[in-house]
Design a protein around this ligand. Structure first.
Ligand SMILES: [Zn+2]
Length: 447
């Protein structure tokens, strides 16, 4: 098994991440977070919110609706250009994203360029391709009372999209925010939420899924200051990734995205690549979106997006720096960093070395023996006390102590606390460290 398969297997076995709609045989490109996975994911999202919103005075949170006026996606260019190159094998009718099955081409590949790569069909092995067609990745839905037998015209008037990015929910609220809280430039608006992309071939576990959670900031700046603010945001991303969620610095690589590969709105983009088990993949992006979005909204809505500088009285449309991170991509980066196989006293073990601030549980409390009521009672007392203090504390009295340690290692619990007969005498407990497996005695009052 590859390391990625090992992680997928651990995630399912221990209740972190299940295939979406598993009971019905799954649903491609969707994943469900189980009890441990949702705690991990929520802690990661909370750390991000604390870092970028609560601990700063210049970034404010918002939470916009997923369903937005379809004009949003006309103005943003998504209706016209949010598309992947789709190619169909004429032999077996399989459909692929052209730039994912051929080397050396990008999303704007033409039919001629693709045919020149002499790529064989990954399913049937033949080389007989149809033309490249643009496949729009937005999911459509109908809003309001539309029936299946309504004529096409009526139906098309009621089309709405599941948002393909959270960013537009921020841009469309820019004016509301400056008219209500009058922030000084530079200021940012941050949002966390679901986004949807109808990927042609979802794959790589939670790296390329059809429904994902995003954490995005639009940082509004005066046009002539974009370079320095881009630099400030770039450093902040590194600091968050390396010092808050503790990704190894050496596994993060910046990729300056060349013009031809950049999104249609961007004048500069750095992709933060991460060494995943299957190879280097995008973890997050930092893009300079200019005033593209606000100008589009001004044009489409007829409303002014001008900002008046309080000191200089200058009037202009702010430019935007956008750090955008996919939560599932970050979850996988953290899981693959934490996933470790080692040997303790000649016995192989799997251990998830999650940072303490992210581990689903901080402590596991258990009585040495389940059938000794006095040990169980004392352990319950310690458990209740720690739960009040730390929230994330679990109880385990299953199997023998060795099995409990293995289980807690696999779910990344940093410390296991065991109540034994000495505890009843001297009020000390055994505290066992996940990473070193070392055990020390600690007074209950010092926990
Ligand atoms: Zn084929």
């Amino acid at each position: 098994m590859s390391k990625l398969e090992d992680i997928v297997s651990l995630c399912k076995r221990r209740g972190f991440i299940f295939p979406g709609s598993d009971v019905y045989g799954g649903f491609a490109g969707t994943w469900d977070f189980g009890p441990l996975g949702v705690t991990l994911k929520k802690k990661i999202m909370d750390e991000w919110w604390k870092y970028f919103v609560e601990n700063r005075e210049d970034i404010y949170g918002i939470d916009a609706a997923i369903l937005m006026n379809p004009k949003t996606w006309e103005a943003s260019g998504h209706t016209a250009t949010f598309a992947d190159p789709l190619v169909e094998c004429k032999e077996c009718k399989s459909r692929f994203r052209a730039d994912k099955i051929a080397d050396g081409i990008n999303e704007s590949v033409t039919t001629e360029e693709f045919l020149a790569t002499h790529t064989k069909c990954p399913v049937c092995g033949k080389e007989n391709w149809g033309p490249i067609r643009k496949f729009n990745m937005m999911f459509t839905t109908h809003v309001g009372a539309v029936l299946p037998d309504d004529d096409e015209k009526l139906a098309s008037q009621n089309i709405a999209y599941l948002r393909p990015e959270t960013a537009q929910g921020i841009f469309t609220n820019y004016k509301n925010v400056i008219d209500t809280i009058y922030p000084d430039l530079p200021f940012g608006l941050a949002q966390q939420g679901k986004a949807f992309r109808n990927e042609i071939s979802p794959r790589d576990f939670i790296l390329r899924d059809r429904e994902c959670s995003q954490m995005e900031i639009e940082y509004f700046v005066a046009p002539d200051t974009w370079e320095e603010n881009f630099e400030i945001m770039r450093k902040a991303q590194h600091d968050f990734l390396e010092n808050t969620v503790m990704l190894p610095k050496e596994n993060i690589h910046e990729l300056e995205v060349p013009k031809e590969d950049r999104a249609h709105y961007s004048k500069r983009t750095i992709d933060f690549m991460f060494d995943y088990p299957g190879g280097e993949q995008e973890l997050m992006g930092l893009a300079y979106r200019t005033d593209f979005d606000l100008q589009n909204i001004a044009r489409e809505s007829g409303k002014s997006m001008d900002y008046r500088d309080k000191k200089t009285n200058q009037v202009f449309v702010p430019h935007v720096i956008e750090p955008s991170i996919g939560v599932e991509r970050l979850v996988l980066a953290i899981l693959s960093t934490a996933y470790t196989e080692d040997e303790i006293n000649g016995e192989k073990r799997i251990v998830l070395k999650l940072p303490e601030n992210l581990a689903p549980f901080k402590f596991c409390v258990s009585p040495l023996l389940k059938n000794k009521p006095e040990l169980v009672a004392k352990a319950k007392e310690v458990y209740t006390k720690l739960r009040q203090k730390y929230n994330y504390v679990t109880w385990d009295d299953s199997g023998n102590i060795g099995k409990r340690y293995r289980k807690q290692d696999e779910i990344g619990t940093p410390k296991c606390i065991v109540i034994d007969f000495d505890t009843l005498e001297d009020n000390t407990v055994t505290v066992r460290d996940r990473d070193t497996t070392e055990q020390i005695r600690v007074k209950i009052d010092n926990l």
